[in-house]
Design a protein around this ligand. Structure first.
Ligand SMILES: [Zn+2]
Length: 221
């Protein structure tokens, strides 16, 4: 389909994509003053404390905050969370729009898209803390414990959680909770090993958390 590939429309699309990439890769992004990993973790801990101790959040999006971040974003942390509807990081950490760069996949897994998103957030947006957030009674981990295969694309999820299943095979206790922890640890290790962070790696921390659906508390690994 050469005629399609070289159509004016396609050429325009390539030009636009190139311009975007040049913009993203420009030195301007590196001028961002990053929030350090330790400070970012303290902000998340304080946010979760607010979430669990106060009857309502004060951090919901509003017009002023929307305007503040409409043109640029400097999220202070990357959160790799499960798609589970009860674990929205912005809510459980009591943060606003523009605060967190969130990757959500069932079982809080990271594929190439997720890894690229992490690299982008660190290199171009100034994030220095990466949190892998597992949670109580995770359905994806439960499915992976039940069987190593599953129909359709769910099979990919249970397949990639198997290392955690194997890691807890001989352990006594709450098997689901143990495997959720092991999975978050494995994903964090994968990020640390595979993410291309360059010289920024010395500033980056990767930590794990475990969200308790009943209490709302995040335990830190
Ligand atoms: Zn889950």
């Amino acid at each position: 389909m050469a005629s399609t590939l070289f159509s004016p429309k396609f050429t325009l699309a390539i030009a636009a994509a190139s311009a975007l990439w040049i913009m993203l890769a420009s030195g301007e992004d590196h001028a961002v003053k990053a929030v350090g990993a330790d400070e970012a973790l303290a902000k998340l801990k304080a946010g979760n404390e607010r979430f669990t101790s106060q009857p309502a959040s004060k951090g919901r999006p509003n017009a002023a905050r929307r305007a503040e971040v409409a043109q640029t974003q400097h999220p202070f942390a990357v959160i790799v969370a499960c798609s589970d509807s009860r674990t929205a990081p912005e809510l459980v950490f009591d943060q606003n729009i523009g605060d967190l760069f969130v990757i959500r996949v069932a079982g809080n897994l990271v594929d190439d898209y997720g890894m690229g998103s992490i690299e982008y957030a660190v290199e171009h947006l100034g994030a220095r803390l990466i949190v892998v957030l597992g949670h109580e009674r995770c359905g994806a981990v439960k499915a992976a414990l039940a069987a190593p295969t599953a129909p359709g694309h769910i099979g990919a999820l249970v397949r990639d959680i198997q290392p955690a299943v194997q890691a807890t095979a001989d352990k006594a206790g709450d098997k689901l909770a143990l495997t959720v922890h092991a999975n978050a640890t494995a994903v964090a290790a994968k990020i640390w090993k595979e993410a291309h962070l360059g010289e920024l790696a010395s500033e980056v921390k990767v930590v794990t958390g475990y969200y308790d659906l009943d209490s709302g508390v995040v335990e830190w690994g």
